[in-house]
Design a protein around this ligand. Structure first.
Ligand code: EPZ
Length: 422
């Protein structure tokens, strides 16, 4: 295992290129199961989660080649319809192979994903949607076994849940419906840019989809899909994470490049409300520290609302913002593992019922802290940027799941961060 040592107080400047989106790449890689022809996917970030997905596809029989950010996949001869526990338990997002396997084989055996520290991660909405298309689902020995004995039939499917729409659930149903007989209408669909990117990938393969990016997606099933070349959208959460780093520690400004600004409008608006100067360019965004920083009240919401994946990072900013800020996570109410670690650094954060009340302190101080999940870990790195002294962050493998070379990129901006054996 490795840890980061972050020496706080180094001002950031310059610019950084943002990688392709992890959360768009994962369902798109799964969607290559839907054709026997070759797919070329560009700008796939080299992070553990995409590597796990490629292992799962190879385990199913896919031929995979990877050259830096470009992945070439051919799922011509699949030898299995099973995604085994030892791979799925490493990455919950593996569930998004269910839809394509069902569409390809009329069968899918996928291990039930474990929970994780951000909370229970049920898949009831996925199963309700796939059953709506004619699959039978049963749980046996920790696996979900899906079978569509008479094939998949399109119909109207409601995907909304008590915490709003489901991103991967929408993806799963969309990937099953594109090869189903007849028309499918998905209501209560997730509107995230990553869902739109998947839809565009499927349309390039020959799928008939309209309405992606809205709560109502219409799909006309086709007999087969072909190979495709596609470039994944920029990672809006990585971009947002670096924007918060700039809001906390920029000397003047830092700039994130190769981004799609409209994908993170909610964050840009919030940083401006907090007093940060933000300039939006064509494919880039620049941010600086607020001269008169003010806290804010923010609640996470499905897209285009404020993303839950940026909640921990905002807690890091609010920890040293004068006044009181309130952060409420309606999507993952338990997603506050970062709070207890930030308190070890001197933050004043009280968490109750999915809501964090944060009273800004003058400065955090270095302490040994432990990464717990992807975004909480990134938030600890942000908190360390301005902390007094050298903060040690252990279990950085959590960060490597979803951030491509975050330490190198921060060093490029002037941060003093080193990766050392734990
Ligand atoms: C995706 O997860 C993202 N992961 C998550 O990012 C992100 O936090 C989440 O969407 C919400 O935006 C990927 O895209 C790989 P959901 P997903 O189904 O699809 C409940 C990161 O840090 N729910 O949209 O698994 C669920 O408990 C990761 O990059 C059900 O109740 O999340 C949650 O409260 C973390 N039943 C809400 O819906 C279901 O069957 C939204 O979850 C499915 C979900």
């Amino acid at each position: 295992m490795e840890k980061f040592i972050v020496h706080g107080g180094s001002p950031l400047s310059g610019s950084v290129n943002i990688s392709g989106s992890k959360n768009a790449s994962l369902p798109i890689l799964a969607a290559t199961l839907l054709t026997r022809e070759t797919c070329v996917v560009r700008r796939v970030p080299d992070v553990s989660d995409t590597n796990y997905m490629l292992q799962i596809l190879q385990n199913l029989g896919a031929e995979v080649e990877r050259a830096s950010g470009t992945v070439v996949i051919r799922c011509e001869k699949l030898r299995s319809h099973e995604a085994p526990y030892d791979l799925v338990r490493k990455m919950r997002a593996s569930v998004c192979v269910m839809g394509p396997l069902l569409a390809r084989h009329n069968r899918a055996d996928v291990s039930l994903p474990g929970g994780c520290v951000i909370g229970d991660r049920p898949i009831d909405l996925h199963l309700r949607g796939l059953e709506g298309l004619g699959a039978e689902a049963r749980v046996e020995g920790g696996n979900v076994r899906l079978e569509a004995r008479y094939g998949l039939e399109g119909r109207e499917i409601d995907m909304s849940g008590k915490h709003g729409a489901t991103v991967l659930g929408t993806d799963n149903v969309m990937m099953a419906a594109v090869l189903a007989k007849g028309a499918t209408v998905i209501t209560g669909a997730a509107c995230e840019p990553e869902v739109v990117d998947l839809a565009e990938f499927l349309i390039s393969m020959g799928a008939k989809i309209s309405g992606a990016g809205t709560p109502r997606i219409e799909i006309e099933g086709v007999a087969e899909l072909g190979g495709v070349e596609h470039t994944v959208i920029p990672d809006r959460i990585e971009a947002g994470t670096f924007l918060v780093a700039g809001a906390m520690a920029a000397k003047e400004r830092i700039t994130v490049k190769r981004v799609e600004p409209r994908h993170i409008e909610s964050l840009v608006d919030l940083l401006r409300r907090c007093g940060c100067p933000v300039e939006v360019g064509d494919g880039s965004i620049s941010v600086g520290r607020a001269e008169n920083p003010v806290g804010a009240n923010v609640t996470t919401d499905p897209y285009p609302g404020f993303p839950t994946d940026m909640q921990a990072q905002m807690c890091a900013l609010f920890a040293t913002t004068p006044g009181t800020s309130v952060v409420r996570d309606t999507i993952f109410p338990q997603r506050f593992m970062h709070a207890s670690e930030m308190k070890r650094m001197g933050a004043d954060i009280q968490v109750e019922d999915g809501t964090a009340v944060i009273r800004g302190v003058e400065q955090l101080s270095a302490a040994p802290v432990m990464a717990s999940d992807l975004r909480a870990s990134a938030a600890l790195v942000l908190a360390a940027l301005n902390a007094k002294g050298a903060t040690e962050i252990s279990r950085v493998y959590h960060i490597d799941r979803g951030y491509e070379n975050i330490d190198d990129k921060l060093i490029q901006l002037g941060a003093e961060i080193e990766r050392v054996p734990a």
